[in-house]
Design a protein around this ligand. Structure first.
Ligand SMILES: *Cc1c(COP(=O)(O)O)cnc(C)c1O
Length: 381
């Protein structure tokens, strides 16, 4: 097993990911497909190293945003179905044909091009049609013209049209319902013309829990898999998969009036003890946690003091007399024992949980836990 060469690392609990997948599967039943979203390196959890756990515990296919993410997975996993939910520019389409990746399509022109490439390689390429029901990001605009164009895509012999989907803006119950209705109407119009979709889907994590009636026969959860909760159902409990840890590198005593970090943006208003910790914004920790964030040492909260540097930050440990160099520091915990959960941290940093975890950088090693034991240490660098 690789050695951990840094004290700052994230621990990824694969048992929790397995648990979450099983809970999601239990919640939605066996009659629908789960497109497990593993874009952005599985939200920082490591796409290659979580994919198997996800697929063995209820995932039906892996969904990513980009061709590069799809190819990374394909190199390791020959048999998993992989869907790119984003746009792939024309000049890269051939790569996905060769590697049997499923592509999202929202123009007749690109569908034709993809079909030509499929013919060239003597393959059938699967696609999902993206239908824009109001988000105004990607998709065929909701119109009669679009229905006609989608109908024409069905005539392309080397494309296998597997699905039709949309994405909710989650702007409110009424708005969401309107979006859902637009998708259903479009699907119905096409079905009336004899066109069939194996999969129809519109639900991400939040919608899959908040709107069971919109699940159709596929859902696309991301956050849920990693135990990040934003939905309203308090009885549905998942387990956060990631914890973020480091160790104390240095401790010093400050006299009243001494400053800490750039600009001396924090000054000791009395004698203080300050610890230096080896993580900073280059590890993905939000720089705006200054004056708000805290870490946990010996079960006690230690507030961040001074500006957060690229690689280090300082915390006030005046009240933690037992703290020594080398002691464990919890940056993000599960929220118990005075730890800052990812949910709470995202609120402090004024962002969402997904951003907080996906920004954890390659410099931070990942330690995988499986069957309660360390299964793998992954140094990206
Ligand atoms: C990222 C993404 C998802 C998953 O979102 P979560 O909120 O993490 O569940 C689903 N669908 C699309 C189109 C996405 O881009």
């Amino acid at each position: 097993m690789d050695q951990l060469l840094r004290d700052t690392f994230v621990k990824i609990n694969l048992d929790n990911i397995a648990y979450n997948m099983q809970k999601i599967r239990e919640k939605v039943g066996d009659d629908l497909a789960i497109a497990a979203v593993v874009k952005a390196n599985a939200y920082g959890h490591g796409a290659l190293d979580t994919a198997e756990t996800i697929m063995e515990n209820g995932g039906d296919l892996l969904a990513v945003a980009t061709l590069t993410e799809a190819l990374q997975l394909r190199k390791c996993y020959k048999s998993y179905k992989i869907l790119i939910m984003g746009y792939t520019p024309d000049e890269y389409l051939e790569d996905l044909v060769i590697n049997d990746i499923i592509q999202t399509i929202f123009s007749l022109k690109q569908a034709r091009l993809l079909n030509d490439l499929a013919v060239k390689h003597n393959k059938k390429v699967s696609v999902h049609i993206k239908y824009d029901t109001g988000f105004n990001r990607l998709g065929f605009k909701d119109s009669q013209e679009s229905i006609d164009e989608i109908d024409q895509i069905f005539q392309l012999k080397n494309l296998q049209i597997e699905g039709m989907f949309s994405h909710l803006a989650l702007a409110g119950k009424e708005e969401d319902h309107l979006q859902y209705k637009k998708l259903i109407n479009a699907v119905k119009q096409l079905e009336d013309r004899g066109r069939k979709f194996k999969y129809r889907h519109i639900c991400d994590s939040i919608a899959a829990i908040n709107y069971p009636e919109y699940r159709l026969n596929m859902i696309r959860p991301g956050a849920l898999i990693y135990g990040l909760k934003s939905y309203q159902d308090d009885s549905f409990i998942l387990k956060q998969a990631m914890t973020f840890k480091t160790k104390i590198y240095h401790i010093k005593n400050l006299k009243k009036g001494e400053g800490v970090s750039y600009d001396y943006s924090w000054k000791a208003n009395k004698k203080a003890v300050v610890a230096t910790l080896p993580f900073g914004y280059a590890d993905g920790y939000p720089r705006n946690m200054k004056d708000k964030g805290f870490v946990t040492i010996h079960g006690k909260k230690a507030p961040i003091v001074g500006v957060i540097c690229m690689d280090q930050c300082m915390v006030d440990i005046s009240h933690i007399a037992e703290a020594r160099v080398g002691d464990e520091v919890i940056i993000y915990g599960d929220g118990t024992n005075n730890t800052l959960s990812i949910d709470a941290a995202s609120k402090l940093a004024e962002t969402n949980k997904n951003e907080l975890v996906c920004r954890i950088s390659m410099r931070t090693p990942r330690v995988y836990i499986k069957n309660k034991k360390i299964d793998k240490i992954l140094n990206y660098l």
